[in-house]
Every structure is written in C-alpha cells, then in structure tokens.
Design a binder for this molecule. Structure first.
Ligand SMILES: [Zn+2]
Length: 315
C-alpha cells in the first residue's frame, strides 16, 4: 500500500448536536487496478464483519496493492453502538433503504451518504454480514460475480431467485441479475453467536484476501477451491414460541434429513417443551443455527436450511 487516508464526510447533524459522519479508509496501491469497497455492520448487530475489517487493515497495510481499497468498517454506527439490527433513530433497516435519499428518514440520509461516498466510488463491493450475538451463519450469496463469490472459500453458496429491494446490491430494483451500477457484489454471511469469533474472523480475512488475489488487487495465485455447494433455495425456520432454543441440529455445513428435528423451545420458567422444531425440507444442509442455548422470541431467526433438492451439480 502506498498511501492511507481516513475520510470522515459529514452528511447531516444529529439532534444531540453531533455531526453524522461516515468513516472511510482509502488505501491507494502502488499501481493501477480496480477499487474494492469492503463494508461491515450495515446491520448493527452483525459485528463479525467489522472485526474482520479491523484485522484486514494491518494485512492490507503491509501488502502491495494494484488499485485502491475503501474500508467502511462500521456502516451503521448508531445501530452498531447499541448492538441492534435496525437504526435506533427511526427503527428502519438500513439495508432496505438504498440508494437512500436526503428527503427521507435518517436511515435514508445514511444510505444516500454510503451510496455517494462509497458505492459510487468502487468497482467491487464485499459486504460482510454475520449472525448476531445469538445465531451463527456461514454462506455466501452469488449475486453477479460467481468467481469472486466462490473465491471467499465458503462451503455453501446461495444463488437467490428473487431480489430484495433497497439493499446495497439492488438499490431500488428487485433484479438479481443486474445491479444498479454494474459493480461486482459479494455478500458474505459469516460468524456470530455467543462463541469465540476468532476462527470466523480468520476465515473472513483469508476469504477477502483471496477475493483480492482473484481480482488482481493483491499479488499471488488464488487458493484452489475445495468442493462448494450452490443452492437456489433456503428455508428460514422461525420458532413460533419464545424461550430457550436448544439445538439438536447437525453442525453448520452438514446435511439434515427428511423433516429432521432441529431443536426445541423450552420454557425457562416451567422447563416444559413448548415446541419441537423440524426441518421443513426432505433434504437440507445447515446454514444458520444456534450453537448455544439461546433465548429467542417467537419469529426470531431459528435456523436456515439450504434446500439440497435445488443444489447445482458441480460443473
Ligand atoms: Zn445482515
């Protein structure tokens, strides 16, 4: 890396008188190449991505770069500070407000600032999501650049068949094949849970560095990929009762059989089993789970199971 600057563009003033700013690191390489943007904590309670960026920084600082890298380590600082998915000021999901606007809610202002100061200045976007401090997750979306998504190195990849409007990827369109500006997007879901995060942070650093090698920003041959599984369908399984969620499902990345039990909701008060949760699929693979006895509300993320009947065969 040749130069490093921190940009703190102000986009509005908060009611407490403080400036609302983005914090963006700009790393300029020794030679020309693409600009890669890496963001974390768009959802404020998914801080594994911010941890990955924090540990990427010294690695990138000591690397020779072809191109530029913009780091947005904490995309939603107000939500990050209070460990919430939604922005506390307006209770909106920042990742449904893109491309944002300066005539809307606070989260629209924040989205507009990220669009203008970050997304519109990059050629490749790596958006790091995670489980929260409850569930743990492990997969990568295939949006519009399959080689870069594969290069992160996760076992399971997900090719969505339907878009979600207002994400960093889609902006205002629901298209899943064409994003708003034609930049390559890699959306990573990795880590989370009340467990040690270091193995996930290490994998995140390795995965981003391998994407940067694949994109030619960092020198060196990309790693050979192990077998990867691409699914086109994921089922989100939500508990219908609140209480302790006690998991019996196999570990992440392992297969689950026909209607196999995934876990039970047990009352912390009476100790009775309130619900037995089963996989809704005849053949699945674990993508999100609770690795500890976690307290859940009805409707929380319980499990995510990849639908193996939609799995693509290896070419
Ligand atoms: Zn997220």
């Amino acid at each position: 890396m040749r130069t490093h600057r921190i940009h703190r563009p102000k986009y509005t003033t908060m009611a407490d008188g403080t400036d609302a700013v983005l914090t963006i690191h700009e790393l300029v390489g020794e030679s020309d190449g693409p600009t890669v943007g890496i963001s974390g904590s768009i959802h404020g309670n998914e801080n594994a991505g911010s941890q990955i960026i924090r540990e990427l920084w010294p690695v990138l600082r000591d690397s020779e770069l072809a191109g530029r890298i913009l780091l947005l380590p904490v995309a939603n600082p107000r939500a990050f500070a209070v460990n919430k998915r939604y922005t506390p000021v307006d209770e909106l999901n920042l990742n449904r407000q893109f491309p944002g606007s300066t005539t809307g809610w606070y989260s629209d202002h924040l989205a507009a600032a990220i669009t203008h100061e970050f997304l519109e200045r990059i050629d490749i976007h790596i958006d790091l999501h995670a489980g929260t401090d409850r569930p743990t997750v492990d997969y990568v979306y295939i949006m519009n650049d399959e080689p870069l998504s594969r290069a992160f190195g996760s076992l399971i990849l997900y090719r969505p068949q339907m878009g979600i409007s207002g994400t960093t990827y889609s902006g205002t369109t629901k298209s899943v094949t064409v994003d708003r500006r034609g930049i390559s997007s890699v959306v990573v879901e990795l880590g989370g849970g009340i467990i040690a995060q270091q193995s996930y942070v290490d994998r995140g650093v390795d995965g981003v560095m391998n994407i940067l090698r694949t994109a030619g920003v960092v020198a060196g041959e990309p790693s050979e990929m192990h077998r990867q599984i691409v699914v086109r369908g994921i089922e989100i399984v939500r508990p219908s009762q609140g209480g302790w969620l006690e998991t019996t499902a196999p570990p992440l990345g392992e297969l689950v059989g026909d209607k196999q039990e995934l876990g039970r909701v047990v009352s912390p008060y009476t100790f009775e089993t309130l619900e037995v949760i089963h996989s809704p699929l005849s053949s699945g693979i674990m993508i999100l789970s609770h690795l500890n006895r976690n307290l859940v509300e009805p409707g929380d993320y319980g499990y995510m199971v990849g639908d193996m009947s939609t799995a693509e065969l290896e070419p």
